[in-house]
Write a protein that binds this ligand. Structure first.
Ligand code: SAM
Length: 234
């Protein structure tokens, strides 16, 4: 498709940098026991995922969720557009015998699912890399690779406030930035996210999910900035 964007150009330069990737799990809080991976896997299991199921993780990063999912579910496809992230994930996967794990270097807009439709898709903190038009196209593609009734578990930075409250809510968020950039996202990281990436408002995002064929069955927000959704393909 000649009008499809180069997803690497939108992926966030840090995600393409092997040094950043090597420190990612520490910065993202995984090494401190944060990251909500088990909560997401439990949510998927509550919607019927088991050892016979196929899960696609889009924007899988270093694979914290995909690796844990491959220990629990049948077939897990860990998709990421970044060669550095994929290399890291493959090296980590090679340390274990995870027969059901497949690693694919591709993006939201280029991943081609093979085999029967998937039972579930998970995507965590990655969809905001795409502008809104392309978010919808990505959601449409996700819907297209799921079986009817299939589950989408999605986490992202989504803004749950009115435009007039932006300064106050964003100000509060920035004030909660980490002081050590190796151990968390700093005020400057958050500001850069706002300047250069594409988080959108909840009241714009939810109609996108609906337009792409999803029913939202659960939506939770933290700090009016961090959204977690469970959706079913209609
Ligand atoms: C903040 S990281 C999140 C990684 C992982 N999901 C997690 O929760 O730890 C964002 C990831 O999205 C990937 N990414 C960015 N744009 C993408 C795209 N268009 N398609 C697929 N992955 C993308 C990046 O390479 C990066 O690994």
């Amino acid at each position: 498709m000649e009008w499809r964007p180069d997803e690497l150009a939108y992926a966030g330069p840090e995600h393409l940098d092997p040094a950043y990737v090597a420190g990612y799990d520490r910065k993202a809080g995984y090494e401190a026991g944060l990251g909500d991976v088990d909560a997401d896997l439990d949510e998927l299991a509550a919607h019927g995922l088991d050892r016979t199921s196929t899960l696609v993780d889009l924007g899988a990063g270093t694979g914290r969720l995909a690796l844990a999912a491959a220990r629990r579910f049948g077939h897990v496809v860990a998709v990421d557009v970044s060669p550095a992230m994929q290399r890291h994930l493959r090296e980590r996967a090679a340390e274990e015998d995870l027969a059901g794990l497949e690693c694919v270097r591709a993006g939201f807009l280029s991943y081609e699912h093979a085999g029967p439709p998937a039972d579930a898709v998970c995507t965590r903190n990655a969809l905001h890399q795409l502008p809104d038009f392309w978010k919808v196209m990505a959601l449409e593609r996700i819907s297209g690779l799921l079986r009817p009734g299939g589950v989408l578990r999605l986490r992202d930075l989504v803004f749950d406030f009115a435009p007039g409250d932006a300064e106050e809510v964003i100000g509060r968020w920035l004030d909660h930035g980490a002081s050590d950039p190796a151990l968390g996202y700093t005020r400057e990281d958050f500001a850069e996210h706002l300047r250069t990436e594409f988080s959108t408002f909840r009241w714009l995002f939810e109609p996108m999910l609906t337009a792409a064929g999803f029913e939202i069955v659960r939506a939770e927000f933290r700090g009016a900035v961090y959204g977690a959704y469970t959706c079913l393909k209609r």
